[in-house]
Design a protein around this ligand. Structure first.
Ligand code: 9Z3
Length: 379
């Protein structure tokens, strides 16, 4: 006699993925993005350049199909936009897949809410608009880098908005990048939602704020599985979110099997960071997890790779300013006490060091080694 399992086995990862893409439609701009990506990849493949796909910004979770309301997260895309600049500086061509209206490489220097581009400009005596004297050098340097990236055609900018857009774009662009083999690098800095509303449980129209406008429907009288995921019951907005399939395994094994893959792990509790990053590396078996804490992410990160655990920190006195960051928490996640006084400021005129300027060269070095190994494995 065969015994029946009490619980249905979980669908395999691949089946969950197939189901996700079969039931959550692709973004309208996908095919257009893919033809741009194909031309970009083909060109850089011929020129033998390394290509980094940098993801950046937060993903939305729409509650309605004609979306008025959505869930979002904090990410402004600073990490991604800044990193893209350092990848370009390191000789990579960059596909910058970012949340629409989040920060962009180069223009990020002037689109900050505390430093808008207008603050850098003035009218001269003849009424012509010019960059003020104080910012000439800085803006010239940024403008030159930007112009160079445009001239060399080394930066391709693509957008997403929702979590579903993001997953479609990531999967399809990864496939377009396959011919690059080990020259491709994925740098997954976007803050990706873990939960979402599947299309088949999404209402078409704006959720009404009062139950009496639900066209006579009393959701509490409908079986739970048939209720829309987001709905008004009584006076409350009730939202059931479902887990987004873990796509990283598919990326590593299926969509980009030869590429170097760098993922990020974000936590707020210092005591969890390193373990969660190790867990992710063990689970997905890729090349590098970069762990960071919400409050210290601009000044310290931890590299967790098969080689072990390595902290990357901006030295005190060279740290960028941050309104939301908490400098005194640096060192907490590694159990070290930051022995220097947090009130120490950098010397006037000494530029602050962006942590991405330390992260990217280190990744580029790891990538060189992986490419060399792949090359010697072929012989
Ligand atoms: C990060 O950890 C990024 O460093 C930040 C950057 C989002 C903190 P900002 O945009 O912030 O500069 O303000 N990204 C998190 C990546 C993520 O969501 N990872 C998922 C996971 O850990 C999927 S790989 O499960």
């Amino acid at each position: 006699m065969t015994t029946q399992p009490l619980v249905e086995p979980l669908p395999s990862q691949a089946a969950a993925e197939d189901d996700y893409f079969a039931t959550n439609p692709q973004p309208a701009a996908l095919q257009q993005h893919l033809s741009l990506a194909r031309a970009f990849v083909a060109r850089h493949a011929v020129e033998g350049r390394k290509v980094a796909l940098v993801t950046s910004g937060g993903t939305t979770v729409p509650l309605e199909n004609q979306t008025v309301r959505y869930i979002d997260n904090f990410s402004a895309g600073t990490r991604g936009a800044t990193s893209a600049e350092y990848f370009l500086e390191a000789g990579y061509a960059v596909i910058f897949l970012h949340r629409q209206f989040s920060l962009l490489p180069y223009s990020r220097h002037y689109s900050h809410n505390t430093r808008s581009f207008l603050d850098f400009m003035r009218e001269d005596e003849s009424g012509r608009v010019v960059v003020d004297q104080e910012h000439q050098n800085e803006m010239q340097a940024v403008l030159r880098q930007y112009t160079e990236a445009k001239k060399q055609n080394t930066l391709l900018i693509l957008t997403f908005v929702s979590i579903t857009d993001y997953l479609w774009e990531l999967r399809e662009v990864a496939k377009v990048m396959q011919p690059l083999g080990p020259r491709a690098l994925f740098y997954l800095a976007a803050a990706v939602s873990d939960f979402f509303v599947p299309r088949h449980r999404m209402v078409e129209h704006k959720i009404q704020s009062a139950e009496e406008f639900n066209q006579g429907l009393r959701y509490d009288q409908i079986p739970h599985a048939h209720r829309p995921a987001a709905r008004v019951e009584g006076r409350s907005l009730v939202i059931d979110l479902e887990p987004v399939p873990k796509f990283l395994k598919q990326l590593v094994d299926g969509w980009a099997p030869q590429a170097m893959i760098v993922s990020f792990k974000l936590e707020t509790d210092p005591s969890m960071l390193v373990n969660k990053a190790k867990y992710a590396l063990g689970r997905y078996a890729h090349h590098l997890v970069i762990g960071n804490l919400l409050t210290t992410r601009k000044w310290e990160v931890v590299f967790v790779s098969p080689d072990g655990v390595k902290w990357v920190r901006v030295p005190r006195g060279k740290r960028t300013k941050s309104v939301s960051g908490i400098e005194s928490l640096i060192g907490q996640a590694s159990g070290e006490i930051d022995e220097l006084d947090s009130a120490t400021h950098r010397f006037v005129g000494e530029p602050a060091v962006e942590i991405e300027s330390l992260i990217i060269p280190s990744i580029a070095e790891m990538h060189e080694k992986l490419m060399a190994n792949a090359e010697s494995g072929k012989q």
